[in-house]
Design a protein around this ligand. Structure first.
Ligand SMILES: NC(=O)c1ccc[n+]([C@@H]2O[C@H](COP(=O)([O-])OP(=O)(O)OC[C@H]3O[C@@H](n4cnc5c(N)ncnc54)[C@H](OP(=O)(O)O)[C@@H]3O)[C@@H](O)[C@H]2O)c1
Length: 333
């Protein structure tokens, strides 16, 4: 294990957002490395995911009624932390417990964000060795969709092998993970996305597909994972089998409160809440990856200079899998 630090420059490239706005509101600038904070270790970022969550924060756009809460949490006119980004793969600059300096790590900065830069600092407890089986873009891409899908399917819905699952919004970052985990669990999945994505969805494990432009699907499912926000309970109850569970991942404030206050509707159950994305959840996700259950789909590896394009892809609502910014080789020691 390498005990001596690897070289760390005094400057970094960072994607800065000073006021909420469109993708072009983000500017990539060179700045001094922020001062070291006690208890945190420095990491050179190799790749970072740009997620729908980042795009929501950038635009201060949240599902119905949650906008004011987003501004209270992150800042009124712009984010207090101007560097967005939570999920990354990087190289550890100094040794940390169980991790050598120079080793390839992956992690989630959580609400501290800061991953859309060539360097960040993080609590070492939030880091894990990046598996050899994943490239750096893939390691960065595994977490947002994988943690969300695992949380809904394994913890919240707890569906059994042979049961059926409808994934509404099946070929985005969370959908790609959900279809794969569902296949691993022995569920029979139906994917909702445009026809041009049906073959792709089948490759990830969907048994059947439906194009949302043709109206609602026909059938009944034991679980519905609504990633598009178009199947609130009023619309999905006719699609749920007796004892079925609705998982609204994109719920409005009203729907979240409704789900929390009245989780049972006859034989149906509604389970909506934020995802557990802590280190234990990451360990479980890495186990799922090692078992061959999940492999991230990176549709767009871009450079940090292309971060506005990355945000625009997230805003489109039609990206396949994950969008990742990969740091340029000349930013590396
Ligand atoms: N609750 C939580 O803890 C949590 C955590 C993470 C994410 N989320 C939420 O989960 C949602 C999904 O995230 P993501 O990154 O997977 O999004 P995404 O990548 O933008 O999802 C794109 C998917 O949605 C499909 N889609 C687009 N319009 C649709 C429509 N009208 N009806 C049905 N499907 C449609 C797309 O299909 P086509 O491309 O074929 O149109 C594609 O399959 C986001 O709203 C995010 O905020 C929640």
């Amino acid at each position: 294990m390498q005990d001596s630090p690897i070289p760390c420059p005094s400057l970094r490239q960072a994607a800065l957002l000073r006021r909420y706005g469109p993708p072009e509101a983000i500017r990539v600038e060179t700045q001094l490395l922020p001062p070291r904070k006690p208890g945190l270790v420095p990491v050179q970022v190799l790749a970072a995911a740009v997620t729908v969550g980042d795009a929501r924060i950038r635009a201060a756009r949240a599902p119905g009624g949650l906008g004011p809460m987003l501004r209270l949490a992150f800042g009124l006119t712009g984010p207090r932390q101007p560097v967005l980004g939570m999920f990354f793969c990087g190289r550890l600059i100094e040794p940390a417990p169980g991790l050598a300096a120079g080793s390839r790590v992956m992690g989630n900065t959580g609400m501290a964000m800061g991953a859309h830069a060539t360097h960040l600092q993080i609590d070492p407890a939030r880091l894990r060795p990046a598996p050899e089986s994943l490239g750096e873009a893939e390691a960065a891409a595994l977490m947002f969709g994988g943690l969300t899908a695992a949380d809904f399917l394994l913890d919240k819905a707890a569906l059994r092998p042979g049961q059926s699952l409808l994934v509404n919004g099946a070929t985005g970052e969370v959908g790609c993970a959900a279809l794969q985990i569902a296949r691993h669990l022995g569920l029979v999945s139906t994917a909702i996305c445009r026809t041009e994505n049906h073959e792709f969805a089948r490759g990830l494990g969907a048994s059947a597909c439906h194009d949302y432009r043709q109206g609602p699907p026909q059938g009944r499912w034991d679980g519905i994972l609504d990633l598009a926000g178009t199947l609130p309970y009023a619309r999905s109850k006719a699609l749920l089998a007796p004892g079925g569970v609705l998982m609204p991942a994109t719920a409005s404030l009203g729907a979240m409160l409704g789900g929390a206050l009245r989780p049972r509707r006859g034989t149906h159950r509604i389970t909506a809440s934020t995802t557990d994305d802590g280190p234990k959840a990451l360990d479980r996700l890495l186990d799922l990856h090692r078992q061959g259950a999940i492999r991230p789909v990176v549709s767009a590896p871009l450079s940090l200079d292309q971060i506005a394009q990355a945000h625009a892809l997230c805003d489109s609502g039609h990206k396949r899998g994950s969008v990742v910014v990969v740091m340029a080789a000349d930013d590396r020691p």
